[in-house]
Design a protein around this ligand. Sequence first.
Ligand code: HEM
Length: 114
Amino acid sequence: MFHTGIIVFIFLFLHFIDFYFIKIGLVAPPSGIAAHDFYGRTLRLFSSPWYSLLYVVSFVFLGIHLNHAMQSAFQTLGWNHSKYTDAVKFIGSAYSVFIALGFSLVPVYLYLFK
Ligand code: HEM
């Protein structure tokens, strides 16, 4: 969890440079893109195969991180009876795959079809 957490943290920092830091004026917008044109910025970012791949790989790590996090959260809450272990693992995995796949659809779709 520690390693995937660091990767998610690095992704978030990169993601802030891509959008949020531009919005609050910390980073200059790229030429031809207005500071609040997030759609234009998103299209520009995901026109690059490498950048799209970087986001998808980050989402895979986010999914792995969430998968462990869900199991830990259930344990922390005390819902860790052996009777429920399989269900907890299944729900955590399904949720993580849903999140990782859902977010990944954005760069994949924009790269392929826009
Ligand atoms: C392809 C997927 C994603 C796209 C296209 C996207 C796009 C954006 C955009 C346009 C903003 C700026 C919104 C604004 O400031 O008004 C933003 C902000 C932000 N994003 Fe994402 N995002 C994506 C995935 C993620 C993921 C997976 C996370 C968390 C792990 C995340 C966390 C954040 C945070 C914390 C902010 C700053 C807070 C905010 O402005 O609301 N994003 N994102």
